[in-house]
Design a binder for this molecule. Sequence first.
Ligand SMILES: NC(=O)c1ccc[n+]([C@@H]2O[C@H](COP(=O)([O-])OP(=O)(O)OC[C@H]3O[C@@H](n4cnc5c(N)ncnc54)[C@H](OP(=O)(O)O)[C@@H]3O)[C@@H](O)[C@H]2O)c1
Length: 229
Amino acid sequence: MKIEGATVLVTGGNRGIGKALVEEALARGARKVYAAARNPETVTNPNAVPVALDLTDPASITAAAALHQDVDILVNNAGVHLGGEILLDELDKIRLEMEINYFGPLQVTRAFAPTLVANKGHLLNINSGLSWLVVPDHSSYASTKAASWMLTNALRMELSAHGVGVTSLHVGWVDTEMAARRTEEKVPPAQVAREAFAGIEHGALEVLVGDAARQIKTALAVDPSVLYG
Ligand SMILES: NC(=O)c1ccc[n+]([C@@H]2O[C@H](COP(=O)([O-])OP(=O)(O)OC[C@H]3O[C@@H](n4cnc5c(N)ncnc54)[C@H](OP(=O)(O)O)[C@@H]3O)[C@@H](O)[C@H]2O)c1
C-alpha cells in the first residue's frame, strides 16, 4: 500500500517510536497523519492532527474510530514496559501491562476494522524481539509482546479476507525512554519508522529491524535449552 496520499493514524504518536512514525508518514507524503495520544497536547508536530486516545479508556477508542473514518493505515504503536519479574510483581501491574499492550491494540483494531475494510487499508503492529525471547526484568513485558505477536497473526487471518494487509514489526532495543536504562546497542526510532513504512509499501507480513531482531527470530528454531537451559 502506498503511503503517499494515505491517511495514517499512529497510537502513542506523541513521543518515542510513535513520534518517528508520524514524521516518516508525513515525509512519505501521507495526506493526513493522526497522532493519537493520551494527552493530545503532548503532540508537538505541527503537521500532525492530534487525537485523544487512551488504551485504558475504551470510550476514547470508540470515539476516535467514529470520528476518523478516513484512516487507511492504522499503526498500533503505544505500549508500556512496567515490569518486573513475573513471580514477584503486583498482579495488578502485570494485568495493566497486558491491558495496554494486548487488549489495547485489540480494542483499537476492532474499533477501526470497519474503516480499514471499507478503505482496503493496512494494519501495522509494533511488536518486539521480546515477542520471541524473554530476558530478566522484562518477563511480564515479553509475555504481553508474545500475545501481541499472535494477536497480529490472528488479525491478519481475519482481515486479509477483507483486503486489509497486516504487518508485524519486530525490533530489539530502540533509543527511546522505554529502553533508557538498557546499555546495549539501540536502533534509532527513525530507522524503525523508515523500515516500517517501507514494509507496508512492499506488503511485508513481517518487518525485522536490526540485527538483534533477526538473531532472535533465528534462535526460535534452536532447542529451548540453548536459550533457557
Ligand atoms: N524502546 C524499545 O526498545 C522497544 C523495542 C521493541 C518494541 N517497542 C515497542 O514500541 C512501542 C513504542 O515504544 P517506545 O519505545 O516509543 O516507548 P515510549 O517512548 O515509552 O513511548 C510509549 C508511548 O506509548 C504511549 N502510551 C503509554 N500508555 C498509553 C495508554 N494507556 N494509552 C495510550 N498511549 C499510551 C505513551 O504515551 P504518553 O506520552 O502519554 O505516556 C507513548 O506515546 C511499544 O509498543 C513498545 O513495546 C519498543
